[in-house]
Design a protein. Sequence first.
Length: 206
Amino acid sequence: MNNYPSQVGTPTILQILEREGILLRTINRLADALDEINKVRRDNKLEMREIVQGLANTSYVERKFTRRFGDATIMSRSNQYYRIRMLKQYRETDYNDYIDTLLHELAHVVDFILRGRSDHSKVWKYIAKVVGATPTATRKASGAVKELVAGKYKWGCSNENCDMVHTFDRRKKKPITSYWCNKCRSPLVDLNGNGGCKYRKHNTYA
């Protein structure tokens, strides 16, 4: 088996599922549902060994996100390499949410293997149900998890009657005085005092 993740020094999704104690359960569920999954294909039916090999060729990476909790990507169509990225510190912050998102992205990889593409269609939703993930494109996360994706810089509205907060990771090109609240059009103030624009002398609102 040509194992891509081992070449780049990252764990595979199979190793992560084993770590969480859900590997056999997930594989058995996919095997039991294989006939139903294969209804998408008219010929050249998908075999269970193809799914297992595809998952073995799926690397697992943790990183910082600002607008999502995880994603799944085709790294090489010709060699069937895939990658799942998950929000850093997600597992320690909300374990149940982490597992649900992990299985959500796993369902995308199985969908890639099946169709060569993936979205949140009926096919993906069925696979998501099979592996035990919530079959929805988006859902609400806990406040603790939302804090993990909050931006490095935080600007708030200067209007006491407005609770709008803007968070972002990259510094703005213009000073804070060049921006206004999206909600009430009032000036903004720097909430965490660490700037947010490339020109430090303009970072504070007067």
